[in-house]
Ligand binder design. Structure first.
Ligand code: ADP
Ligand code: MG
Length: 258
């Protein structure tokens, strides 16, 4: 059961509360979007779910596949099937994209089966080529250092390529749309859509409604000041785009339905 359940999550950075009692359930196979203004804690939530050491959880739990993942180190969360596409992917000079992908894939295989000897190189190349074509990533990228000199859009495509290789059960996409022009956005979204299936849960974190035209969510949540303040169907994203975040805030403060 790969449902993700976040209960009363509180997260601090350097002692300052950023996430303040966040509750969220994403059932298996559903795509949920989190929209919210800048600085509201969306990336903090994503990093906390993956176990970034700068973020201190002071309260709450996150249940995935029956375990509280907050007790696990990052790599164990990844082996369990959780994946994060970063808002700001880092470059790793000296490590090629192909090597990085193969190392990650082999670590996953080994976590599942300690006897595993790693994916045969030819099989790996075949799968990588196939997934790169799917995401329209130029084949020369395989031999380039990870994210080194990649444009914003290329970094985002490399993130989704990782997802396509690792085939997680739950993916968090943190502003995967930022820095993408409309063609790149369509390619990346189509890539994500081809990975969609009845088991994969997805949390699409975004500031703008645009990506949700391509990756259609089942549920849209509005996050403000470290909490989910409103949830609704895909139309909620359109209302937000039209009226802005202050509109939601005022409605909530006045006790009106959004
Ligand atoms: P969002 O992704 O919604 O724009 P963030 O989670 O990036 O918001 O940031 C939420 C708040 O936490 C902001 O006030 C930001 O300045 C602060 N913050 C985020 N990361 C750090 C960090 N590593 N060190 C200090 N403050 C941080
Ligand atoms: Mg962010």
């Amino acid at each position: 059961m790969s449902e993700l359940v976040i209960k009363n999550l509180h997260v601090n950075i350097d002692g300052k509360p950023i996430i303040k009692g966040l509750n969220l359930t994403v059932p298996q196979g559903e795509v949920h979007a989190i929209m919210g203004p800048n600085g509201t804690g969306k990336s903090t939530l994503a990093s906390t779910l993956m176990g970034h050491p700068s973020y201190t959880v002071s309260e709450g739990e996150v249940i995935f596949k029956g375990v509280n993942i907050l007790d696990l180190p990052s790599e164990a969360r990844s082996h369990l099937g959780l994946f994060l596409a970063f808002q700001y992917p880092v470059s790793i000079p000296g490590v090629t994209l192909a090597n990085f992908l193969r190392t990650a894939l082999n670590a996953h295989r080994k976590a599942k089966n300690p006897e595993d000897k790693g994916i045969p190189i030819l099989e790996f190349r075949k799968i990588m080529k196939e997934r790169m074509e799917l995401l329209k990533v130029d084949s020369s990228f395989a031999g380039r250092y990870l994210n080194e000199g990649f444009s914003g859009g290329e970094k985002k495509r490399a993130e989704v390529l990782q997802m396509a290789m690792l085939r997680p059960d739950f993916a968090i996409l943190d502003e995967t749309d930022s820095g993408l022009d409309i063609d790149a956005l369509r390619i990346v979204s189509e890539g994500v859509n081809t990975l969609r299936n009845s088991d994969l849960g997805v949390l699409v974190i975004t500031h703008y409604q645009r990506i949700l035209n391509y990756i259609r969510p089942d549920v849209v949540h509005v996050m403000m000041d470290g909490r989910i303040v409103e949830s609704g169907g895909p139309d909620l994203a359109l209302d937000l785009e039209e009226h802005g975040y202050t509109w939601v805030k005022e409605k909530i403060e006045n006790g009106e339905p959004v």
